[in-house]
Design a protein around this ligand. Structure first.
Ligand code: S3P
Length: 446
């Protein structure tokens, strides 16, 4: 990032109230650009998230031959119809792990070479989880220690694999399935814990044959290789991961009532609603439609007392990105909230377990950090002390979580840098202001 850091703090002088809609779902936005880019014909996308992560995917697909344009009402993607071109320069994926891992999958089964680069946060993230199965399919990799910068050469004759995910990761599952697209025969992935299934749903929409069988030991996904994919009209629902911020804000500021409309309610993403329910939150959901294969609805919350609860580890893959903001809700519950099964949080845009624990402690929230979880002692609704400057470690969700925490703090919570918020939630501060929050943005600081 070349621009100077932009510190941000939020405060609430009164209850929050209003109806808002949040930007498009990040996972679905990435996938719509990628599948549109390899399909034949034109894909139109409305509601695309115009955040930095998704724009990095668009730029990468353009370098590999797709023609992508932003129109007045929709984005258009004219696909390459199968064969990706070799990019002439490095693919810069910024902060985006989803771009890096899913693109490696796409490239793995094309006979091209590409170099993937990213920011300091992305360069610290493990890629071995995708290079291992993609290597089995015939791709080769050059990197230092399995991290970015990394050069991948796709297989000229890719081989289908049957792969059991060693970690609950939709990115790894999707990388293997995307490689399976240009691979003869059936590519099969077993997942012990169900992870977000946007890839499976969208692949079917583009015309691929995807068979999913579910047992009490998880799901098996079988993709028939070399399908004909045709361009589609895609409507991207609002991102529940972004909606979680105004939702928790509405829960922790007394007297608030907040509605978020048009949110994606895919059951592999709604763990946060169940977790907030366990805390006794007043959350109403109306499922009122669908955007293609994705269910959509409105979420309304009213502030009220929250009660501590044990958040079961089985929810982790269904709400992995929402733990930072759930921890903020837990900071206002009455009693000790325990969350387990969170080892994956340590390899996100930052080590989210450590960074949340550090920031909450600095704000005077009592907690105990565990190897794979955290126990947070909530204030029972009273303002937490606050009065800290938070190092958000180039992590958008950490930055937004602490900005929300500051809404019920005795002294301001200053987030060191709001710039990473652009990766997933452009307009975050303005949306919060529209609910009645005051935002203090200091872009003078150097
Ligand atoms: C994503 C999957 C999740 C999530 C990320 C987006 C996706 O990562 O944290 O923000 O779009 O598939 P993992 O698959 O590594 O859990």
């Amino acid at each position: 990032m070349t621009a100077p850091p932009k510190p941000l703090s939020l405060s609430a002088e009164r209850a929050l109230s209003g109806t808002v809609s949040v930007p498009g779902d990040k996972s679905i936005s990435h996938r719509s650009l990628m599948l549109g880019a390899v399909a034949s014909g034109r894909t139109t996308i409305t509601g695309l998230l115009e955040g930095e992560d998704v724009l990095a995917t668009a730029a990468a697909m353009t370098k590999m031959g797709a023609v992508i344009a932003r129109g007045d009402t929709a984005w258009t993607v004219d696909g390459v119809g199968g064969a990706l071109l070799e990019p002439e320069s490095a693919l810069d994926l910024g902060n985006s792990g989803t771009s890096a891992r899913l693109l490696m999958g796409l490239i793995a089964a094309h006979p091209i070479t590409a170099t993937l680069i990213g920011d300091d946060s992305l360069q610290a993230r493990p890629m071995g989880r995708v290079t291992a199965p993609l290597g089995d399919m015939g791709a080769t990799f050059a990197s230092r220690g399995g991290r970015l910068p990394l050069t991948i050469t796709g297989a000229a004759q890719p081989m289908p694999i049957e792969y059991t995910l060693p970690v609950a990761s939709a990115q790894v599952k999707s990388a293997v399935l995307l490689a399976g697209l240009n691979t003869p025969g059936d590519t099969i992935v077993h997942e012990g814990e169900v992870t977000r299934d946007h890839s499976e749903r969208m692949l079917r929409g583009f015309g691929a044959e995807v068979e999913v069988t579910e047992t009490d030991r998880g799901r098996t996904i079988r993709l028939r290789g070399q399908p004909h994919l045709s361009g589609q009209a895609i409507r991207v629902p609002g991102d529940i991961s972004s909606a979680a911020f105004p939702i928790v804000a509405g829960l922790i500021v007394a007297g608030s009532r907040v509605t978020v409309t048009g949110v994606g309610l895919n059951p592999t993403r709604t763990g946060i609603l169940e977790a907030l329910g366990l805390l006794g939150a007043n959350v109403g959901v109306s499922k009122d439609g669908a955007a293609g294969a994705e269910p959509v609805g409105d979420i309304t919350v009213e502030a009220g007392p929250l009660t501590a609860a044990d958040i079961p580890a089985r929810l982790a893959p269904l709400m992995i990105d929402e733990y930072p903001i759930l921890m903020v809700a837990a900071a206002f519950a009455d009693g000790d909230t325990e969350m387990r099964g969170l080892a994956e949080l340590r390899v996100k845009e930052s080590d989210r377990l450590a960074v949340m624990a550090e920031g909450l402690a600095a704000c005077g929230v009592p907690l105990r950090l565990l190897d794979d979880g955290i126990v947070i002692t909530g204030s029972g609704g009273r303002a937490i002390p606050g009065g800290a400057r938070i190092d958000s470690h180039l992590d958008h969700r950490i930055a937004m979580s602490f900005a929300v925490l500051g809404l019920n703090a005795a002294a301001p919570v200053l987030v060191d840098d709001a710039r990473p918020i652009e990766t997933s939630f452009p307009g975050f501060a303005a949306l919060m202001q529209s609910l009645g929050v005051s935002a203090h943005v200091d872009d003078q600081e150097r």
